[in-house]
Design a protein around this ligand. Structure first.
Ligand SMILES: Cc1ncc(C[n+]2csc(CCOP(=O)(O)OP(=O)(O)O)c2C)c(N)n1
Ligand SMILES: [Mg+2]
Length: 578
């Protein structure tokens, strides 16, 4: 469990030579930036770079992670970053690979995840373009395909300009609010012969800037509001995976005796079994959470994903009276195309910085507050007669008791009370952009980051999600990246069955027809066979609670021994999530 290395596709020795090419310099910059891996599906538009990574760098730093779909390359990089706070690269073939990968780029954008995306194009100089293929794979403003959901893009015109572009891209991607960036490499710049390898930049002089600190007077104002509040509430939103930052949040909550809410779409931000954790997170605000917010006099939002939406739900047509303290620098990423900024919230004190920067300062500045909040009893999943998502959750709890785990994905029907998160790495949150098919890739990427940590990566995902992204399993099997995928297989795009039912009911039409165009049965898909075909251990179909108990145990044991395991859990359709 403690070996951090993955399988390495080792190149044969390359005879020493003084001859260097543009892409050798570009690959060397990636190494200088300490990019650990580059996930990719190959393409001739970056055959120069491909050769340089293999034959010039020996396929190390970055090491190639071969993917069977361009989408997985970006999802894996996103998952890696979610579990490590560390940037990874993905390479995409000219326009078509990029087209395939637009969805996970959008997911990464909404998830505020830095992914260094290396694109490529046929020669921009038309005189150098190979006939046909390089003409169809060259387009004006290729980055225009993804500009609306990347932080920055560039198509550098020389090797020197590429070096600068990569340094800038890495810096921008990792500056909060973080996000994907796109650098498009011209095939002829990659393949041009150089007289010598240019000097590598001193990357320490192009650092990611220090976190912005909140203005003292705003901090003081926020601290006074919180210290004097009668019914404050903390919304623990986007934050890093740092245990220190986690401990500071817990200490702040305890000093203020403030009830805390967390978000099911975001990574773990607060221990959910803490007496101050007020309600299990749901897709919508649970009733208890709405009540708390409606009665609050001060709300501290630590970069809550959708503060305006939470206030709207709590106000129920009226207006939330509380003073709002917003700690977020997310507005730096708000632009015209995507509405992923959600409803505009009213704010009384606005600390435009990351919560991780503000929380330790608030902890010092606030006065201890006497408890006014009475904890509510916490629920846990109960086994039912038929296998349900609740039953899967229950058996997984039993199979992982005493074992550190990282939940890399949750199915849509999951209830926030099914599992507790007690560490920042217990849960890495959703996909960001609601793009179905990312679950397997994100799981493999998170597992890559967690390899050797002793923490067991477990992705619980819908069958629709798994079926779109399932060939990421091969990448995990090939590189020896241990992870467990539990497919909560209701043989349906069930979320959308519910939509069809709602529409039919609203129109007075038969809801019985909701399954048409939604059910994935007749024939049932043998998900275990799909996993087995790619070299993973596969269990299922699992159709009873007893069989699921055994499957969960076997799956956990397989992954602890370094294997990849997929369980086809045939769950009854039905959602417990609010
Ligand atoms: C790329 C993409 N296609 C379609 C959708 C619409 N959609 C949202 S949820 C969903 C169903 C997903 O099915 P599954 O993963 O099996 O989960 P279930 O709804 O059955 O719980 C679909 C198709 C989407 N969000 N993303
Ligand atoms: Mg389903």
């Amino acid at each position: 469990m403690n070996d951090t290395t993955i399988n390495h596709d080792a190149p044969v020795a390359v005879p020493p030579s003084d001859v260097v090419f543009g892409s050798d310099a570009i690959a060397s910059v990636l190494r200088t930036l300490d990019i650990p891996y580059i996930a990719l599906n190959p393409g001739a538009s970056y055959r120069g770079l491909h050769d340089s990574i293999v034959n010039y760098l020996g396929n190390r730093t970055p090491q190639m992670i071969l993917c069977l779909h361009d989408e997985h390359a970006v999802s894996i990089a996103q998952g890696y970053c979610k579990a490590s706070d560390r940037m990874m690269a993905a390479a995409l073939h000219s326009n078509v690979g990029l087209m395939h990968a637009t969805m996970p780029i959008f997911n990464s954008w909404c998830d505020r995840t830095p992914v260094l995306i290396i694109g490529a194009t046929g020669a921009w100089d038309a005189a150098k373009r190979r006939p046909w293929i390089e003409w169809i794979h060259t387009c004006s403003d290729q980055a225009g395909l993804v500009r609306n959901y990347t932080k920055w893009d560039n198509q550098p015109g020389s090797v020197a300009a590429t070096t600068e572009a990569l340094l800038r891209a890495a810096q921008i991607a990792q500056t909060a609010p973080r996000g994907p960036v796109y650098v498009n490499l011209d095939v002829s710049i990659q393949e041009q012969r150089l007289d010598a390898l240019p000097a590598m930049p001193d990357v320490s002089r192009y650092p990611v800037p220090q976190a912005v600190q909140p203005a003292p007077e705003l901090l003081d104002h926020a601290a006074r509001l919180l210290s004097g509040a009668k019914n404050p509430v903390m919304l623990a939103g986007r934050c890093s995976r740092s245990p220190d930052a986690w401990n500071a949040r817990v200490a702040l909550a305890e000093k203020l005796n403030i009830p805390v809410l967390t978000h099911i779409k975001l990574a773990a931000a607060f221990p959910t079994d803490h007496p101050l954790h007020a309600a299990p997170p749901g897709n919508r605000l649970p009733a208890d959470a709405k009540k708390l917010l409606a009665q609050a006099d001060v709300i501290l939002s630590l970069d809550w994903l959708d503060l305006g939406g939470a206030l709207k739900q709590a106000a129920d047509g009226g207006e939330v009276k509380a003073k709002i303290i917003q700690v977020s620098c997310d507005a730096h990423s708000h632009r015209g195309w995507s509405m992923d900024y959600h409803i505009l919230p009213p704010v009384d004190v606005y600390l435009m910085c990351e919560p991780d920067a503000a929380v330790p300062l608030l902890l010092d500045a606030v006065q201890p507050r006497a408890a006014t909040y009475k904890p509510t009893p916490k629920m846990s999943p109960k086994p039912e007669k038929d296998l349900t998502i609740s039953g899967v959750a229950h058996t997984l709890e039993e199979a992982t008791r005493g074992i550190e785990r990282c939940i890399t994905r949750l199915p849509l029907g999951w209830h926030g009370g099914y599992a507790h998160f007690r560490h920042p790495l217990d849960y890495v949150g959703f996909d960001g952009g609601g793009g179905v098919g990312a679950g397997p890739g994100i799981t493999v990427g998170a597992a890559l980051a967690l390899k050797g940590s002793g923490r067991l990566p477990i992705g619980l995902m819908g069958d629709g999600d798994f079926l779109m992204g399932n060939t990421a399993v091969w990448t995990a099997a090939h590189y020896g990246i241990p992870c467990l995928m539990i497919v909560c297989n209701n043989r349906s795009y069930y979320n959308d069955e519910l939509h069809q039912e709602r529409v039919a009911v609203a129109r007075g039409r038969p809801p019985e027809n909701r399954w048409i165009g939604q059910r994935i049965s007749d024939p049932d898909i043998d998900i275990a066979a799909m996993a087995r075909a790619q070299g993973a251990k596969a269990i299922g179909p699992v159709t009873s609670v007893e069989a699921m108990q055994a499957a969960a145990k076997e799956g956990v044991a397989t992954v602890r021994e370094g294997g990849v395991c997929v369980i086809d859990a045939r769950v009854m359709p039905g959602y417990d999530a609010e």
